[in-house]
Design a binder for this molecule. Sequence first.
Ligand code: AMP
Ligand code: ZN
Length: 450
Amino acid sequence: MLSFYNTLSKTKEEFIPINKNEVTFYSCGPTVYNYPHIGNYRAYVFADILKRVLLYNGYPVNHIMNITDIDDKTIRDSIKQGKTLKEFTEYYTLGFYEDCKELNILPPSKFTKATDYVSEMVSLVEILLEKGIAYKSEDGSVYYDIKKFPNYGKLSNLVIEEQKENASGRIKTDEYDKENAQDFALWKAWDLNDGDVFWETSLGKGRPGWHIECSAMSMTNLGEQIDIHTGGVDNIFPHHENEIAQSEGATDKKFVNYWLHNEWVLVDGKKMAKSAGNFFTLRDLIDKGIDPVVYRFWLLMANYGTRVNFVWDALKASEVALKRLQRLYLDLGNEVGEVNEEYKKKFKNHVSDDLDTPRALATLWSLIADENIIPADRKATMLDFDKVLGLGFANLEQDVIPEDIQKLVEAREVARKNKDFKLADELRDEIKSLGYEVKDTDLGQKVLKI
Ligand code: AMP
Ligand code: ZN
């Protein structure tokens, strides 16, 4: 049985798709105004694991991930840098695609850019206006009238009475907190801050609000009702609450059956965030000589629904563990045998139980040490598990440092610890003569093939 914790019902539910021949799945993607930080990547690694688990359970998946290339932040920062919105956002979009590849994130069926769907957004706003759920304000912007949608607040547990009492009017910015629940902007009439970013439409000269973008892209590509929608917990309010209001307000149908949200990556107990300045990018990891897959592995050690505190030492420990796993995998030899059904069953049960990756990894460690199973079958079973884990075992053969080099590197580590720098240098030269380069980083020695 496949089950997920559904933010909407606040319970773990059995997953039953609308159509078992195509699971419809929408993930809120990045706002491309900067390099995402590694906290953001938890959202995308989580969506990737979820998709892989669906595939592992035999469901074909139609997965859409949007690229928010128009919102308050992209406009603000493109103007600051004197670039066109397109030029500015394309740069970070390409960076995002590259990072996803580094993290072994499978590409979605389609990436959808918000700027390609403005006419669909306008049509949706028109429907909401016709139905009297939205209204035009004095400046020509269009707002959603939250009092017209009785279910407003169901996803985020917002008490409707409270929200009415606090509601002091309208909110035009894309991001705001629960205390500020108010009528929100669907369409923003052009003002000076938008520079040359606007569309001339039946709604007037302006641009869409952030929330309408995902409603329009999801419904256009996947239909009015879908199976799964994901994002980080900070998307629950206002973004996903507003998506429900917009979509269900327009269609009178349930928009999404399963809402899944990943918890935060913290630093010193605080949410990793650009605004807090306590963030690291994938580039920072690579510059320290850490393979991004180590970060993926570190994430998998916790359930997506629990908070995790990022510390370099923990990442370093994950690196050691992953290297050990890779070494054990390679020691299984070249032959690929049969998948062990008993282990597969255990593994599948864990990942199908609300993506319990920590227990799935424990099963992997037991498998690899189980001498009752011939190495070729252990290898086949590891490769099967890797369809979900995405740690890239199949590509290892070329990348892993041979045993003799590894021994020299370890000897050099001892020499360095003993402050015998002459010996350390000699060992470095010997390693080099064998075709490998050693670099000393904050986190110890890094070995690269020359
Ligand atoms: P943004 O580009 O700001 O829209 O964020 C992209 C995704 O990252 C969203 O799904 C956020 O909920 C998620 N996110 C942002 N910060 C964190 C964090 N510190 N830990 C985990 N997820 C996060
Ligand atoms: Zn979204």
